[in-house]
Design a protein around this ligand. Structure first.
Ligand code: EPS
Length: 374
């Protein structure tokens, strides 16, 4: 089964992604991994670390002459700012960060032992793994992209974006194709910076051309929406996930919410997509649409009240170098999470030790659907 693990601390030697279960025979393009890593580093509101690092992936195993062998793929991203042994102790936990819960759990007064791994720097490894997943999905013509919907109180009205909008999304430093909304988003970030504050937001992820029937209704942990939600909620600072109409589904009667089914020749068409492409824990052939809410980053340059774990005395929370807003970066990480879950679900459906075998199986399945409907 397709899977990945990560290793590495924010100021350790490197970040590692170990990707297992990639079929043999896939040409893996390192420059595509690096392009994704560069996208993750960008975004208005990012802090000083991104000026230091230039994340680059090196593939250590699992390929020969640029083509996968079916064996585990180890990817390393070296940290330039490696100073984990000399970095100062962090004795005053930051509200909203992993510092306090982690210090209590692991029995340390120095929250650096916690924050080094809790840091969102780890998401560079997730993005590398996600790029491998995107390259698998490309063989099945599945396309995953994302865009920022809001930062603070600044909202973008864009809905129903398609892959034709990707260039405009990527051209924006807040990943928003609507120039006026982007301007308001930057103003929110500027005002948070001025107030020595941080700010969160919401991003939307879209997967196009997803074959129907990925995931399964038969068991709770097979359901595709549950699997995607878990992958996205595990991204640092994500506090909410919704599919399609999401929380608004609770406000609308069933007759307006559910997406009527129409047969048009050999195709099934849906007039709307309030389900966000998933019904009964399975992809239904519509685009998968998922949104995630990111809380403001926990490091505040004007810190909240906390206490010193060594002295027990009240103290302002520690201040570590950080970002004012990392919503556009989190959106890139979200794409990686969605792509990975979809790639896993596609390969689960198709089986296959080689990518050609998997492609053949998918095309057989799609023909079976056509025969069934037509
Ligand atoms: C990040 C690297 C980190 C932070 C940020 C994201 O680098 P440093 O701690 O050296 O500045 O900029 O991490 C956090 C927001 C966090 O809470 O730890 C990155 O590579 O994305």
């Amino acid at each position: 089964m397709l899977n990945f693990r990560t290793a590495g601390e924010s100021h350790g030697k490197a970040l590692i992604a170990l990707v297992e279960g990639v079929p043999a025979g896939l040409r893996l393009d390192v420059s595509q991994i690096n392009a994704e890593l560069a996208r993750r580093q960008k975004g208005y509101g990012r802090g000083g670390r991104m000026l230091i690092e230039k994340d680059k992936a090196e593939i250590l195993s699992g390929i020969r002459k640029g083509v996968t062998l079916g064996s585990p793929i180890a990817i390393i991203i070296t940290n330039k700012d490696e100073r984990i042994d000399s970095a100062p102790e962090v004795l005053v936990p930051r509200p909203g960060h992993a510092d306090l819960a982690g210090a209590i759990k692991y029995g340390t007064r120095d929250a650096r032992n916690i924050l080094e791994r809790a840091s969102a720097r780890e998401t560079a490894a997730r993005v590398a793994a996600g790029s491998v997943a995107k390259q698998i999905l490309a063989r099945f013509n599945v396309n995953v992209f994302g865009h920022v919907i809001s930062i603070g109180q600044a909202f973008c009205e864009c809905r129903g974006l398609g892959s034709g909008d990707i260039a405009a999304i990527n051209a924006s430093d807040v990943s928003c194709p609507d120039k006026n909304a982007a301007k308001r988003m930057r103003a929110e970030i500027d005002s948070a910076a001025k107030e020595k504050d941080t700010i969160g937001g919401v991003f939307e992820l879209i997967a196009e051309n997803v074959p129907p029937g990925l995931g399964s209704h038969v068991q709770w942990d097979s359901k595709l929406d549950g699997r995607i939600a878990r992958a996205i909620l595990s991204i640092q600072a994500i506090k909410g996930v919704e599919f399609g109409a999401g929380f608004a589904s609770a406000l609308i009667p069933g007759s307006s919410l559910h997406d009527a089914i129409r047969r048009a020749g050999k195709k099934i068409v849906r007039g709307s997509n309030n389900a966000g492409g998933i019904e009964g824990g399975m992809s239904n052939g519509s685009d998968i649409i998922v949104r995630a809410a990111m809380k403001p980053i926990a490091t505040l340059y004007s810190p909240l009240e906390s206490f010193n774990l060594a002295t027990g005395k009240k103290a302002p929370a520690s201040v570590e170098r950080s970002d004012i807003c990392a919503v556009p970066a989190a959106c890139v990480v979200g794409e990686a999470a969605l792509a990975f879950e979809l790639a896993r679900a596609v390969l689960e459906k198709t089986g296959g030790d080689s990518i050609r075998e998997a492609e053949r199986n998918l095309s057989g399945y799609l023909k079976q659907i056509e025969a069934m409907i037509g």
